[in-house]
Design a protein around this ligand. Structure first.
Ligand SMILES: [Zn+2]
Length: 322
């Protein structure tokens, strides 16, 4: 009897802790939205642009030495020298006059008298100052972003994230599903990094999911269709970018789902194409290998894009086939 009561108590504890965690997440998203709307109202920039910049910075902060690594409400972060001014003798200065004299970019957003590099308001205010340097039209924001980040790909990704936030009118777009829906046979082979020879020696940047021709393929995440079309190695393929700077690559498709074009916005579980055996030749080449979906994952870290192993994720998503 004691054991049963203990078990029930443990279960209740678990349920309580999980619900607290869920609430914490919800509150975090709400808090972020409040910040975005506040600075949108203040500057006239659409909220989803500010949200997309913050998301992009969150996605790349681990690759910048000056960014705190812990979870923060606002992840926009600045190099301390840029913030305070290159020749400012005070490290991580908060004094607005001195920052100004030394040509630093830090501003005091919450009007507490300090330009604090770690304060969410001061960060956001400084960022909106940077991106409104030329005005608040889409073109002028893009020009300012290019000048600040110095990466066309990065700016393109910020625009895509902004479109996703705008389209769904939400920022919690983290749902993931398996690329082959429930009820269809699919066998995932753990072959990331295997040697390949077609088109020259190379490593296999993805995993193969064997399934009969015509099996539907669904988007694994909320995303923006960045690439559609034929490629000698991949055949008919799709490249979809999610809000985490991750590029999901679907190759060897037999055909595309109706309405899927470059620039389309997709949701997890939406059919985007059908399994096939296209590739390894000129456009339309089929049957050089058994039908399968080649699924790859790539990450843009702010400077470069690299491939990583999708196998552990696919194993996890086995439980979320829809
Ligand atoms: Zn493959």
């Amino acid at each position: 009897m004691k054991r049963i009561i203990c078990f029930i108590l443990l279960c209740l504890c678990y349920i309580f802790v999980s619900s607290v965690e869920v609430n914490a997440d919800v509150n975090e998203y709400e808090l972020r939205l409040e910040y975005y709307h506040k600075y949108a109202a203040l500057t006239g920039i659409d909220w989803y642009y500010i949200a997309a910049i913050d998301q992009y910075e969150r996605n790349t902060k681990n690759y910048r030495h000056y960014c705190p690594k812990q979870n923060e409400i606002i992840s926009i972060c600045f190099d301390e020298r840029l913030w305070s001014g290159i020749n400012n003798p005070v490290y991580d200065d908060k004094n607005t006059d001195r920052i100004n004299i030394f040509g630093g970019i830090g501003f005091d957003g919450d009007e507490d008298g300090y330009a604090d590099r770690l304060n969410p308001d001061d960060r956001l205010y400084t960022m909106v100052k940077i991106i409104t340097a030329y005005g608040i039209t889409e073109d002028s924001i893009e020009q300012a972003l290019l000048e600040y980040y110095r990466t066309e790909k990065g700016v393109q990704i910020i625009k895509q994230i902004a479109l996703l936030f705008k389209h769904f009118n939400r920022i919690d777009l983290d749902k993931r599903v398996h690329p082959i829906p429930k009820g269809y046979n699919a066998s995932v082979v753990n072959n990331y990094g295997d040697k390949r020879s077609f088109g020259g020696p190379r490593l296999h940047e993805g995993v193969d999911i064997f399934a009969p021709t015509g099996t539907p393929v669904v988007a694994t995440a909320y995303g923006y269709v960045e690439v559609k079309g034929w490629n000698r190695l991949g055949g008919y393929r799709l490249g979809i970018r999610d809000i985490y700077n991750t590029y999901e690559f679907y190759a060897h498709l037999n055909s595309y789902a109706k309405g899927i074009e470059e620039g389309s916005i997709v949701r997890p579980g939406q059919v985007i194409g059908y399994v096939g055996s296209t590739g390894y030749g000129n456009e339309g080449t089929r049957g050089k290998f058994p039908p399968h979906l080649h699924f790859g994952l790539y990450k843009f870290d702010g400077k470069k894009e690299w491939s990583f192993d999708p196998y552990p994720y696919l194993k996890k998503w086995e439980k979320v086939r829809i």
